[in-house]
Design a protein around this ligand. Structure first.
Ligand code: AMP
Ligand code: ZN
Length: 460
């Protein structure tokens, strides 16, 4: 069975057929490095890290995630703080990678920076001018959207309507309102590079087109990013790249993650309702955040709340509880694989809720197994599943450090179970019992209520 992916351009789920089985290529638009990433920004990084892990099971993958290190927002941050641009971008590149590593995001194969690809951008702009798809005006170079009949096909917008509906004040040097900047002039205090059109700097969209071509080739298999990038960023990238390459397809599959919200409002820097990964990491384990981000299907919206985090924490407690105290030899680990049903769920357009359900089914089988050999085999499969998801990377004993001393927390769960039973929510009550069992807590119901004791530990 082929891997199935939802392609934004075709508007449906399709079989994934790479151009070259031996070298699958994927490009993810990375961060603009002028401040800390919020948990919404982490969603594409985590989701497409999971896709990269999944693809690597079958293919040799070249995965590029860029850094946008030349941008007006960076210039503004430099003016505001008085710090040199380079210092800001270097700092936030490092912080971004540290934060993503804490979320189990593996480094991509290449992390190109825009400022290191200015020559490629200039060359691509020159080609676009030569081929009649771009024009120079007052030190700017603009992409001529009307020269590209396909413009709007990714975001399903009609160019005529877009132009007619343009309310923004149109710069006088533009031929059409939707024409976008490929190159713009820089003043002496702003970053700039010499070009055939004078000293200037690139527009945002051309950066990704040039970096994708340089590192992955003319046509790439998968291009990914957050939903908000479909228009204008990806539409414009596609226009530039296809027109520069005489109509060659730019990306065969376009993947977009849904938005993360908080209290139902989109999380964004401009709204100011952001939770920074850098801060959250102080109090929430990275794997808990990762699982919370993967708990909804990647194309669905995800609301971030204490409940989302608590649910992920409990899920991980159950998974770690199942493997706790089981020694798994290196050989067993090497030969183990995740459950087939879990792989199938992920290969079906990254169905993480279904994949997690299969993960729990495995944990449940392990909890019930009594034969030592069987338990080791199942635990090895749990670790393989964990590796694929980017979970279970801690030692289970370390995971629970301090946890079992948390008598108040245990009592709270027991109280919650009693309430669930009163409300005849037996599934929830059983779930809590399983969860406690996974943490090594045995409970007993008696005439005076429920008592609990610590069950066996790894050393017993
Ligand atoms: P930015 O640094 O704003 O360009 O965003 C970096 C990445 O995060 C892009 O792929 C965005 O689409 C994505 N992104 C930004 N905000 C959110 C959000 N609230 N939920 C999910 N993805 C987001
Ligand atoms: Zn991009």
């Amino acid at each position: 069975m082929a891997i199935r992916l939802h392609d934004t351009k075709r508007g449906r789920k399709v079989d994934f057929e790479p151009l070259d089985e031996n070298r699958v290529t994927m490009y993810l638009c990375g961060p603009t490095v002028y401040n800390y990433a919020h948990i919404g920004n982490a969603r594409p990084a985590v989701v497409f890290d999971l896709l990269a892990r999944l693809l690597r099971r079958r293919y040799t993958l070249k995965f590029a995630r860029n850094f946008t290190d030349v941008d007006d927002k960076i210039n503004a941050a430099s003016l505001e703080t008085g710090r040199p641009i380079h210092e800001i971008t270097e700092r936030f590149k490092r912080v971004y990678n540290e934060d993503m590593a804490a979320l189990g995001v593996l480094p991509p194969d290449v992390e190109p920076c825009a400022t290191e690809h200015i020559d490629e951008m200039i060359a691509m702009i020159e080609t676009l001018i030569e081929k009649g798809h771009a024009y120079e005006a007052e030190g700017h170079v603009l992409f001529d959207v009307e020269s590209n009949p396909d413009y709007g096909s990714l975001s399903k917008r009609d160019l005529r309507e877009m132009i007619a509906g343009a309310r923004v004040e149109v710069a006088p040097y533009k031929k059409a309102a939707q024409d976008f900047v490929l190159w713009k002039p820089s003043t002496p205090e702003l970053p700039g590079w010499d070009s055939p059109w004078g000293r200037g700097r690139p527009g945002w969209h051309i950066e990704c087109s040039a970096m994708a071509e340089r590192h992955l080739g003319t046509t790439i298999d998968i291009h990914a990013g957050g939903q908000d990038l479909v228009f204008p960023h990806h539409e414009n990238e596609m226009a530039q790249s296809t027109c520069a390459h005489d109509g060659a397809v730019f990306a065969n599959y376009w993947l977009h993650n849904g938005f993360l919200s908080m209290d139902r409002a989109k999380m964004s820097k401009s709204l100011g309702n952001v939770l920074l990964v850098h801060d959250l990491i102080e109090r929430i384990p990275g794997e808990v955040m990762r699982l919370a981000l993967l708990s909804a299907h990647y194309r669905q919206p995800l609301d971030w709340s204490d409940d989302t985090v608590d649910a992920a924490q409990r899920m991980l407690d159950r998974l770690y509880g199942a493997v706790r105290g089981i020694e798994v030899s290196e050989d067993r680990r090497a030969e183990a694989s995740p459950p087939e049903a879990m792989i199938e769920a992920l290969e079906d357009d990254l169905n993480t809720p279904k994949a997690m359900a299969e993960f729990f089914a495995l944990a449940k089988t392990l909890n019930k197994a009594t034969d030592e050999g069987e338990r080791e085999r199942l635990a090895a499969s749990m670790y393989a599943a964990g590796e694929l998801m980017g979970l279970l990377s801690s030692d289970p004993e370390d995971w629970f450090v301090g946890e079992d001393g948390d008598d108040a927390g245990i009592q709270a769960l027991i109280d919650e179970r009693a309430a669930a039973k009163r409300e005849r929510d037996f599934a929830r009550a059983d779930g809590i019992r399983d969860e406690l069992a996974a943490r090594g807590i045995a409970i007993e119901d008696g005439p005076d209520g429920t008592t609990w004791r610590r069950a066996r530990t790894a050393d017993e």
